[in-house]
Ligand binder design. Structure first.
Ligand SMILES: *[C@@H]1O[C@H](CO)[C@@H](O)[C@H](O)[C@H]1NC(C)=O
Ligand SMILES: *[C@@H]1O[C@H](CO)[C@@H](O)[C@H](O)[C@H]1NC(C)=O
Ligand SMILES: *[C@@H]1O[C@H](CO)[C@@H](O)[C@H](O)[C@H]1NC(C)=O
Ligand SMILES: *[C@@H]1O[C@H](CO)[C@@H](O)[C@H](O)[C@H]1NC(C)=O
Length: 269
């Protein structure tokens, strides 16, 4: 084989290997998060001019999650609060905080706890700072739930894990997927919004969140290692715990896991 021939041969092998690696690396989470959704949308609904920054409140629709036959919350829309400090000295990287709440609560105000906190962070660091609210969207009622209960946060997550364990044919039922997609699409919305406003578009993000949003912080970093350069999961690090043993020993309602016990998910493990 000529030098050129073996070079081409070598390149083809590398290409095939790379293609198969990238195929293997695409998880159901990647597929869900990256799939195009025509419901993605945002619009500016309020602007607050504060002494040191402007606070823009967007109505941001991140996705349609399954449909109305599964839950009462198929369309996920969020308040997306974007702080742009007057002194934007670090314009290339933005901070994205995944926040809780319900979009039933009304339009956010600058003095609300986590809005104010992210604004302070933005002004202090001289970077765009974003509070993404209503993760997960709730409260949710699940159509297959005989008790017709309105569930928020961990109660909703527990329900979807039970639904997935009962019928694993559709991985998209896991609430962790739309939570991650909301953060991923929020970065798109922030980039589109800043571009439209003539503000320097942040290319990179540092993402953070507490509790189940700490989990979503890990997942967001895992699905987008181009834009996410830092992740701050504010949650107990239980990745290496002997979960099954620990879970079965729980005899009392321990905050998050209370909801898993309540629907008897604990009997599955
Ligand atoms: C996006 O939002 C705008 C403003 O609310 C609305 O006019 C438009 O129809 C929406 N587009 C989609 C695809 O939902
Ligand atoms: C935000 O957008 C959603 C989806 O289009 C809509 O149902 C909701 O009423 C809007 N809320 C506000 C406050 O504009
Ligand atoms: C479930 O609860 C909702 C809201 O409380 C109510 O509108 C609906 O009719 C209830 N559905 C059933 C089947 O009871
Ligand atoms: C499992 O879910 C799929 C849809 O995701 C449905 O078509 C199928 O009938 C379900 N199986 C059972 C046993 O409920």
């Amino acid at each position: 084989m000529s030098y050129y021939g073996s070079f081409v041969y070598f390149l083809s092998i590398i290409t095939i290997v790379l293609l198969s690696i990238s195929n293997c690396e695409s998880t159901p989470l990647d597929d869900y998060v990256r799939s195009v959704d025509s419901h993605f949308n945002w619009s500016l609904i309020r602007t607050y001019e504060e002494p040191d920054y402007k606070l823009y409140i967007l109505n941001f629709t991140s996705q349609k999650w399954l449909d109305d036959t599964f839950s009462s919350r198929s369309i996920w829309w969020h308040y997306l609060c974007i702080t742009v400090p007057n002194k934007l000295i670090r314009p290339n990287t933005a901070f994205l905080f995944m926040d809780q709440g319900s979009n039933n609560d009304g339009i956010p105000q600058p003095q609300n706890d986590f809005v104010a906190l992210t604004s302070m962070f933005g002004v202090g660091s001289g970077s765009i700072s974003v509070d993404l609210q209503d993760i997960p969207n709730g409260p949710i009622r699940f159509m297959a739930d005989p008790t017709n209960t309105s569930r928020s946060g961990d109660a909703a997550i527990a329900w979807t894990w039970k639904a997935f364990t009962d019928n694993s044919s559709n991985g998209d039922v896991l609430l962790n997927l739309p939570m991650t997609k909301a953060a991923y699409r929020a970065m798109d919305a922030v980039q589109q919004f800043t571009d439209k406003q003539g503000i320097i578009v942040p290319k990179k993000f540092v993402v953070a969140g507490t509790s189940k949003r700490g989990g979503a912080t890990w997942l967001t970093a895992a699905v987008d290692n181009e834009r996410v350069i830092g992740a701050i999961p504010i949650v107990m690090d239980l990745l290496k715990i002997q979960f099954v043993r620990w879970f079965n020993q729980i005899k009392f309602p321990l905050f998050t896991l209370y909801y898993f016990k309540q629907i008897e998910f604990t009997s599955y493990v």
